[in-house]
Structure formats: structure tokens, C-alpha cells
Design a protein around this ligand. Structure first.
Ligand SMILES: Cc1ncc(COP(=O)(O)O)c(C=O)c1O
Length: 460
């Protein structure tokens, strides 16, 4: 958009004035530039990056309705922590938490407590920290030693679970993947639980292949341990992506607060909650799960207000955008969007499976995520395909599964709400063309560095 004031400065486009200047990068600039020039330089510089709507590596929302964007724009100046100044914004967060408790079948919505976070990572850390504190309080109340807490989770989890263990000094009892089974096996969990276990983690919609851990079976095993040994170990469900899919696509699937040991659930509003980044949610089944000493009260914004987050200041816009989606779509609207995404994922699954070149790894499609690996003995690999698709702008990650399934090399396509059938068909066409072009070319083997866990995580 042309800015009259900047034009008056010389009536030449930015490309005639500043495009040859090196951008300030490592020293604070002495002087400034016109607003238009600053905008053009950054705007065009960022065009080097991939196009978000073709980034099929990411679960994060890349399209919202214009009215939602208008609301976001209006709210962009609101600091969400200023509860005293913005009580309506705060109330909307509380309403969202209550609605999620209802969606996830809490036994009593009035007894639940929860919070909006920047994403699932913050939500998971806050949830697990509460379980650590609660475990310690229970041990001390029983006169038992509260040392060496541990947490049990599987290799199918997101990196944030390892981060929690390291940052908060909890022993990670991490279960390796089985060579031919890419989610948790309940037996592997139970043998690692003891009276020092602060929580067990389970995933609804894994980052690696989009499947789910056997949450109902895990709940039953933990309930049995409670009866037999008196260990009341809470289950935290990481529903980062599945929390906004399962209630609409698989409402009878038991994974949420209908299961007695499920004490807390997180989800990313910015994934299938259909909001732009960064919004996540944490909900406890009952306020007793959130120890009081983790909730701080501050009065320097005008009135006593409780906070349970890592950040203090944060934007309010995405909280409001989440509420927009809740009332705009309702259950029926979310169900319709989810059904469309699943139908497109199913279509892509069928095309890929029918191509004769690939095996689909999650035909059940718990969520609209398509994961597949090459079959036969082609003279190229998944990494070559990923690179080839980049030539057409598609970002489709290739990676290997964690130990002991690291022999599985796969590609993943996250189908989001901005993926129409036309786009799915175009992607499949390019996928087939990539295979045809690569075959018989004597591709050099993909370097081992590309298969390191660090590189994989970056790509996942
Ligand atoms: C299962 C799972 N848990 C946690 C996360 C982290 O979520 P966020 O990016 O919202 O912090 C992700 C992100 O992809 C995920 O897939």
C-alpha cells in the first residue's frame, strides 16, 4: 500500500533508494529510515522463507476467517495479563477453559481449573510441574521421602517432555519405541512406575506418525496399581493436536476426563483449534490438582490477581480468536471442518497407498496426518523426495523414527483447514513426478548428519 508521506520524501520507490544498502544485522543502527523503507526491506526479505500454506510439516494454523483476523488486529494492543484493566478479555479466557472442560467431559466443569498458554509446550510444563508439587506434598504428608521423582513417557512424545524432565530435575523414564510398534505399549509403562512417579504421559495424536497411545488401557493399568499398591499416579494427556480432533471425529473414543486417572490435558489452540500461533490450553480435571503454592497473586496492576503461567505479559488476541472459533463454529462447525480435513487426508492416503510405491503408516487416520514410507528397493530415499518437493514449494519433512524403530524412514503431510482437494491432488502429482525423476539417477546416499535426532526434531 502506498504511503503518501513517504512518497513525498523523494517520490522514488524503495528499490531506487535503499535496496542496495546492507541491512543492519549485528550493531544497533545509529539512525533510522522511513517507515515504508523499513517495511519493504523486511517484507521482501521474509519472502525468502517458505510459504506457510505450503508448509505441510507444520500442524500450526495458516488460515483464519477475515472476521477473526479483524478481531486479532483489534486486540493486538491488549496485554492479557492486565486482568484488572481488561476484565472482559480475562473472562473470555475463563469461558474458553470451561468450554474445553465440557468438551473433554470433565465430571464437574465447576470444579475444573485451567489456563491459556503460549502453546502446548508451556501447558505441558505447567501441568507436569503441578503433578510434581502434588506428589511431593502427598509424600511429605505421609512422612515419606520426597526425593528422586520420576516421570514415565514414551519416545513417541514431543521434545517438550524431555525438556520438562531436564529443566525441572525429574528422572525421565523414557520408553524406547518398539521396532514395529510406534506408540506406547501399556506393559512397558507399568513396569517403570513406582511410588516416586509424579505422572505418566500419553499422547493423543503423536508428532511422529499421528497415531494415539492406548490411553484407555493405560488408565486401566494405573487404576489397577492404585487398587493394588495405593499409588495414585495421574495420567497427563498430551492432546496437542488430537484434543481438537477426537471430540468431533471420534466422540465415543475414551481418552479424556471420562477416564478416572486422567488428571490434566493440554491442547494447542494453534493446531486443530484453528487459531494462529501462539495459543495453548491446560485444563485440570479438578482444582485439587493445582497446588496453591504454584498460584501467585500480584497486586501491582490494581487488584489482587492469581497467575499460573511462566510468562507474565502476553498478547490477548489469540485467546479472543480462540473464543471466536468456539462460538462461530460450535461443535457442529468444528465437526464439519474436521470431517473435511479427514476426507482429504483419506483421499491422499488412498492415492499414496494405490501408487504401489509407498506404505501408509497410519491408515486409521486418528487425525488428518498422512505418514508413509517407500516400499520395494528404490535407488532414492525419503530425504531425496522431500528435497525434490521443495522445488515446487512444498514443505514435506522426511525423518526417521526414534530408537528402536530408527530403521523406519518416512514422510509426513499434515492436512490442515487450508488444504483443498485441488491442493491435495497437486501435491500427489508432484510426489509421483518426484519419484519418476529420481528413479535411476544414482542419487548420492543421504548423509548420516541429516538423520541425527537434532536434525529430525528441527524438521518435525
Ligand atoms: C504431541 C505434541 N505435543 C506437544 C507439542 C508442542 O506444541 P506447541 O508447539 O504448541 O508448543 C507438539 C507440537 O507439534 C506436539 O505435536
Amino acid at each position: 500500500m502506498a504511503q503518501p508521506s513517504d512518497r513525498a520524501a523523494g517520490d522514488t520507490p524503495a528499490s531506487a533508494r535503499v535496496f542496495a544498502q546492507p541491512l543492519p544485522t549485528d550493531r544497533f543502527p545509529e539512525g533510522g529510515m522511513t517507515a515504508r523503507d523499513a517495511y519493504e526491506l523486511i517484507h521482501l526479505g521474509l519472502k525468502i522463507d517458505g510459504q506457510p500454506s505450503m508448509n505441510l510439516a507444520s500442524f500450526v494454523t495458516t488460515w483464519m476467517e477475515p472476521e477473526a483476523e479483524e478481531l486479532i488486529h483489534e486486540q493486538i494492543r491488549t496485554n492479557h495479563i492486565d486482568h484488572e484493566e481488561y476484565p472482559a478479555a480475562q473472562r473470555i479466557e475463563e469461558w474458553c477453559v470451561a468450554m474445553l472442560a465440557d468438551l473433554w467431559n470433565a465430571p464437574s466443569v465447576d470444579r475444573t481449573v485451567g489456563v491459556a498458554t503460549v502453546g502446548s509446550s508451556e501447558a505441558i510444563m505447567l501441568g507436569l510441574l503441578a503433578h510434581k508439587f502434588r506428589w511431593r506434598a502427598a509424600r511429605e504428608a505421609a512422612g515419606a521421602a520426597a526425593q528422586r521423582p520420576n516421570i514415565v513417557f514414551g519416545a513417541e512424545t514431543h521434545i517438550v517432555w524431555d525438556k520438562f524432565a531436564r529443566y525441572f530435575d525429574v528422572e525421565p523414564r523414557k520408553i524406547p519405541m518398539r521396532a514395529d510398534h510406534y506408540v506406547l505399549h501399556p506393559d512397558d509403562v507399568v513396569e517403570r512406575v513406582d511410588e516416586h512417579t509424579i505422572a505418566v504421559g500419553a499422547v493423543l495424536g503423536t508428532t511422529y506418525i499421528g497415531e494415539s497411545d492406548p490411553i484407555r488401557e493405560l488408565n486401566d493399568q494405573l487404576a489397577r496399581l492404585k487398587d493394588e499398591k495405593g499409588w495414585d499416579v495421574p495420567l497427563h494427556v498430551d492432546a496437542a493436536s488430537g484434543g481438537f480432533v477426537a471430540p468431533f471425529a471420534h466422540p465415543d473414543e475414551l481418552w479424556d476426563f471420562r477416564l478416572a486417572q486422567v488428571a490434566s490435558i493440554n491442547a494447542s489452540g494453534h493446531k486443530y483449534g484453528l487459531v494462529y500461533p501462539g495459543i495453548g490450553w491446560l485444563v485440570f480435571r479438578d482444582r485439587d490438582f493445582l497446588p496453591e503454592d504454584l498460584v501467585f497473586s500480584v497486586n501491582y496492576l490494581g487488584a489482587a490477581q492469581p497467575t499460573y503461567t511462566f510468562n507474565f505479559s502476553r498478547g490477548s488476541a489469540m485467546v479472543q480468536a480462540q473464543y471466536y472459533n468456539f462460538i462461530r463454529l460450535g461443535r457442529s462447525g468444528y465437526a464439519a471442518v474436521v470431517q473435511n480435513m479427514l476426507a482429504n487426508a483419506r483421499h491422499l492416503n488412498e492415492l499414496i497407498a494405490g501408487s504401489g510405491r509407498f506404505e501408509v503408516l497410519n491408515p486409521g487416520l486418528m487425525e488428518p496426518v498422512v505418514t508413509f514410507r517407500l516400499t520395494g528397493e528404490p535407488d532414492f530415499d525419503a530425504f531425496h523426495i522431500s528435497d525434490k518437493l521443495r522445488e515446487h514449494g512444498w514443505i514435506v519433512p522426511a525423518y526417521t523414527l526414534p530408537p528402536n524403530a530408527q530403521h523406519v524412514e518416512l514422510l509426513r503431510v499434515v492436512v490442515r483447514n487450508d488444504m483443498s482437494r485441488m491442493k491435495v491432488d497437486a501435491l500427489f502429482g508432484h510426489l509421483m513426478a518426484a519419484c519418476d525423476q529420481l528413479a535411476g539417477q544414482g542419487m548420492p546416499p543421504t548423509p548420516p548428519a541429516r538423520r541425527t535426532p537434532e536434525d529430525q526434531r528441527r524438521r518435525c
